[in-house]
Design a protein. Structure first.
Length: 153
């Protein structure tokens, strides 16, 4: 079943706040093999002008996938999750993520398009602090395999 194109432009309520902890950052940096001292040591981060340890640039994957978009769970979208694969992810950072941040994510389906027999859905998430300070714009493209409408030909 194809995706419902009426969902393009639809935004979903913000996520519950995610409190970024020092250990979350350290564990993520260790998992990706990044040894930069600003990810582990508050003094090293302060020496670079930050108030506490900062997160690696891809850390926001944790926030974006922690609550994988209410859109994916909406039955009216017509998404068969068993056919979904991750296609692409981009980050536009407005400032570093710092330990102690309380982040929320608001997601919008910004595109649904056909690519061969597949559909590609783009979900853009604005990550902000609870107070509304912009932190990053995260763009995810997911591929839904074999659901594209059959073209007459």
């Amino acid at each position: 079943m194809p995706l419902n194109p009426d969902f393009v432009g639809r935004s979903f309520p913000p996520s519950e706040p995610y409190e970024v902890g020092r250990e979350h950052i350290r564990e993520f940096a260790a998992a990706i093999g990044d040894t930069h001292p600003a990810y582990r040591d508050a003094a090293a981060a302060r020496a670079l002008g930050h108030s506490d340890v900062i997160a690696p640039p891809t850390f926001l994957t944790v926030v974006a996938f922690r609550r994988p978009n209410a859109a994916i769970a909406d039955p009216d979208l017509g998404l068969d999750y068993s056919r979904l694969v991750h296609g692409e992810q981009r980050f536009t950072h407005h400032r570093p993520v710092v330990a102690g941040d309380r982040l929320v994510s608001t997601s919008t389906i910004t595109d649904i398009r056909v690519a061969g027999r597949n559909e590609l859905m783009t979900i853009t998430s604005e990550i902000t602090t609870e107070a509304g300070e912009p932190v990053s714009t995260v763009t995810n493209v997911v591929v839904i395999r074999g659901t594209a409408p059959v073209q007459a030909g």
